[in-house]
Every structure is written in C-alpha cells, then in structure tokens.
Design a binder for this molecule. Structure first.
Ligand code: NAD
Length: 260
C-alpha cells in the first residue's frame, strides 16, 4: 500500500518507531531511520530491514534536541528518496518526578524531544508535501496527551501539546493534500516503560511482573500491554489512501484507559 512513498520515522532505532519503520518498509515505502544507539547495532538493523523488505532503508543520526539536525534529517531524506511523503514524529523520552523536584533540564529535554522536534520536522517537511500535494504526518502522542497521572508533568504537557500541534497543522494545510493525525497509545512494553517497571518494582519491593500488572497497568482496563505492532498497524492505516479524509484526529489504543 505504500509503494513509491518515502517515510521519515524519528526515534526508530527502538520500540514503537522501529515497528512503524519496519511495517512501512514491508508495505513498500523507502524509509529513513533515526534515533540514538550503538552505531554497529543500528547498521545491522538498517541492513536487515532493507534486505527483508526489499526497499531502500537509510539512517540519519539527527539529535531531536537540535533543530538544525532535524532540518538536515528531512532534507537528506528528500534528497535521497526524491520526497518525504510520510513523516512520523515518534521520538520521545520520559522522566518521572513530582513537579517540585522535577529537574529543569529534564523538563527542557522532554519538551524539546517530545514536542518541539515535531514542529521542526513538520516545518522542514511541509514545503515538499505541499508542492507535491501529498503528505501524511503521524504524531505519536500518548494516553497522557488526553489525561494525566501524577509525577509525569513534562511528558503530559508535551503530549497534550503534540495533540494541539497536530490539530493546528491539520487545519492549516488541509487544502494542500496534507493530513496530520495523532496516535495515543496506552502502556506499551518498550525500553521506555521497562525502566518505569524496574523503578516501581524497586520502590515497592515487589517483582517486576507484579509491578507491571498491579502498578503500571493499573489504569489500563485490559491489564495487558499494547504491542508495538498494534501501534504500527494504525500508523500504516493513517498513511494509506483509505485515511485520506482523516485529519486532525487522535486515536486511542489504550485498552480502555481513557474510557474511564
Ligand atoms: P523507546 O525508548 O523504545 O524509543 C524511543 C526512540 O526515540 C529511540 O529510537 C530513541 O533512540 C529515540 N530518541 C530518544 N531521544 C532522542 C533524541 N534526542 N534524538 C533522536 N532520537 C531520540 O520508546 P517507545 O516506547 O518506543 O516510545 C516511542 C514514542 O511512543 C515516544 O514518543 C513515547 O512517548 C510514545 N509512547 C510510548 C508509550 C509506551 O508505553 N511505551 C505509550 C505512549 C506513547
């Protein structure tokens, strides 16, 4: 379904971003990977995906805290692939602390990576998308873009902001063939959440298994983690022609969390 499309997926060396990049490549899109990590491991991932999917897969190491590097990520993909048709703003980090103890540098980093990077990437991608009259922007927000929990102020502010930014872009460029939508996952068992499981298990003096089920999954009625493949399936749908009239929307995949 994505034959002849080219995609940039930020934060795609791990977790949800890697699953989206993998599904996009398997659906025929050329893909630009991005994210942090060990260079040799990233190259292995890139080469394996390129081979398995039979499409061009590249990697750009832009740091999502650096606007100039983000612009270069999009420009490099456009030069290599001839277009950036799909942009997935996925890179994100978490830090858990009460507001009065929240380190200011962590606040700034979370706002930069989770929110401002989506602005910088979108700004860089829009001229080409408008010129070609086709663009699909998929922003990976969170259940925490819709509701709050204690001790995650920066993350929650960034994700509420990302949903707002999604709507702003959607209404601004709707007549140019560009769509912007957000996905709001509940808890997905990625490295980002594994750290929280370990911290909670240590604090409560219980096993990681119990911490996952009884503490982390407490707000998620199914008491099961969402999978990265389930998020990727929605991201593929939003990039497909079937989603042409979906714009400015947010889709919860959270086992019923935000239905409470
Ligand atoms: P992850 O830690 O597995 O992946 C995060 C990715 O972002 C990695 O590729 C990492 O290298 C990259 N990244 C981090 N900082 C970066 C930087 N400065 N520059 C470039 N890349 C950077 O986490 P994940 O769970 O897959 O998270 C992906 C997105 O999904 C995030 O935006 C996260 O907030 C969101 N999300 C996750 C969950 C969950 O439960 N895991 C739930 C809702 C939303």
């Amino acid at each position: 379904p994505l034959k002849d499309r080219a995609a940039v997926v930020t934060g795609s060396t791990s977790g949800i971003g890697l699953a989206i990049a993998t599904l996009y490549a398997r659906a025929g899109a050329k893909v630009m990977l991005n994210g942090l990590g060990d260079a040799a491991a990233i190259e292995q991932t890139r080469a394996a995906l390129e081979k398995a999917a039979g499409v061009e897969v590249r990697y750009h190491g832009a740091n999502m805290m650096k606007p100039a590097e983000i612009a270069d990520l999009v420009a490099t993909a456009e030069a290599a692939f001839g277009s950036v048709d799909i942009l997935v703003n996925n890179a994100g980090i978490q830090h858990v602390a009460p507001v009065e103890d929240f380190p200011a540098d962590k606040w700034d980093a979370i706002i930069a990576i989770n929110l401002s990077s989506a602005f910088h990437a979108t700004k860089a991608a829009l001229p080409g998308m408008k010129k070609r009259r086709f663009g699909r922007i998929v922003n990976i927000a969170s259940a925490h873009g819709l509701v709050a929990s204690p001790n995650k102020s920066a993350y929650i502010a960034s994700k509420h902001g990302l949903i707002g930014f999604t709507k702003a872009v959607a209404v601004e460029v709707a007549e140019h063939g560009v769509r912007a939508n957000a996905i709001c996952p509940g808890f997905v068992h990625t490295p980002l959440v594994q750290k929280q499981i370990e911290d909670r298990a240590r604090e409560a003096g219980i096993s990681e298994e119990r911490a996952a089920k009884e503490i982390i999954l407490a707000p998620q009625p199914t008491k099961e983690f969402v999978t990265v493949e389930q998020i990727a399936a929605m991201a593929l749908y939003l990039a497909s022609d079937a989603a042409a009239q979906i714009n400015g929307a947010s889709f919860s995949i959270d086992g019923g969390w935000t239905a409470r």
